[in-house]
Write a protein that binds this ligand. Sequence first.
Ligand code: NAD
Length: 487
Amino acid sequence: MEALVVAGVSVDPRHYIGGKRIASPSTFADYSPIDGSLIGQIARGGQAEVDLAVAAARAAFAGWSSTPPAERAKILHRIADLVERHLEELAIVETTDNGALLKSHRRGVMPRVAYNFRFFADWLVDQLHHPSFETRGHVNKVSWNPAGIAALITPWNAPLMLATWKIAPALASGDTVILKPAEWSPLTASLLCDITAEAGLPAGVFNLVQGYGEEAGAALVGHPGISRISFTGSVPTAKIVARAAADNLTPCSFELGGKSPTIIFDDADLDLAIDLAIEQYDNAGQVCLAGTRLLVQKSIAPSFIERFKERAGRIKQGDPRELETDMGPQIHQEHFDRIEGFVNRARSQGAEIAFGGTQNMTLGGLYFKPTLIVEPESNSEIVTEEVFGPVLTLQTFDSEEESVAMANATEFGLAGVIVTGDRDRAERIAEQLVAGTVWVNCFFVRDLQAPFGGSKKSGVGREGGTWSFDFYSDVKNTVFAPNGWKG
Ligand code: NAD
């Protein structure tokens, strides 16, 4: 297979297994959401490639798992250095592949990719510790031991950032890794393979199998040689993965979808509230954590809607490579149609579309306008299901109790945003929200040492800091008796 040249960057379309590039008899097409152009053909893996990758990861496990933590950390820092060195290539390739903003990739996302490696390298060396404790004169010592092979399955909305948020702690833990990235955005994972090789990561420690979820993904999560499955994606796919994992009792971590509330009280700083509501359109609405249900206290709803509409009218949609663009395209046609279907059904059920609600006719293609749907039925699908596009709903409430009841009234529990000028109220509401993360008067402030995950259908387990090591390791307690010692 020929190397692809993507925005001037050479990208290998093959798998990376045991330190070697491997092709497959068949391929799949990768398109750019920016203009629908064909980027190229990517190797289409299945059972055979997964079997090879598991064998390579198993062969590499003894060496990597016994590499001293400080040495593992050094290699992870070298990977981070190289991510920083190749930041511009990674940013433009990711933008071409998934349509997210180039300026975001440059400023926030790719630096965070590098930081994922640095953070878990340092945490391994400096922080991964549990104080010993005593039981009737015996000393308990807790340790984190490499678990084996980690299978990582990731989505397309923030491909390299989400993948490395798993790869870094898995490698730091001493596991060997097989990544199956989303078929809609396979490219930066391939660039990462080159980077890991250049950083001196031994062959077989990190492996990449490209392909469709139903083929490569299914073969990977059902493989009996896998020790951990970390999955980020949708709830329906997670259920399929959980069933496959059940046969081997493989432990799973699930980071899934959301339908989070942004609760705006009448005592809020309205400018801040508008800014935070606008942020929920980030990445063209393709953000799991987005607080897409605006819950606004009734007394301020008319003025909020008026100002929000004016502000949303200034969002500049366009080519994500241009630096003045605020919102790019949706990832692919099927996803675009799904978003449009949600909005059309809400409209036909009588919901008021305050603005947006259609394709951006000037841009065409996969560009859907920022949309606000006002006072839809509280049990309608537009309120209860994840749209994963630039579509917000706005509902009003009178009392704190009502706001909490509305906020918690979905099967999801990923995040929540509270906007209020009253600290006591913020504490009270935060306490009652069922969510993995709550932001008060802010959004998307993420620290890698914080627990991250979803409640209810938004996920199983938590990652971040020691929580990540807990998942990717076999946590062991060793009890030393006070007696029986010679000397
Ligand atoms: P998806 O579930 O369609 O796909 C996710 C991954 O699963 C892809 O790599 C896909 O190839 C793979 N897959 C599909 N079928 C499979 C199977 N049978 N076995 C194994 N793997 C399989 O999700 P998506 O459309 O790529 O991503 C969007 C979803 O991800 C949204 O629901 C979003 O909220 C969620 N998400 C969650 C988080 C989080 O941290 N909680 C972050 C980003 C995205």
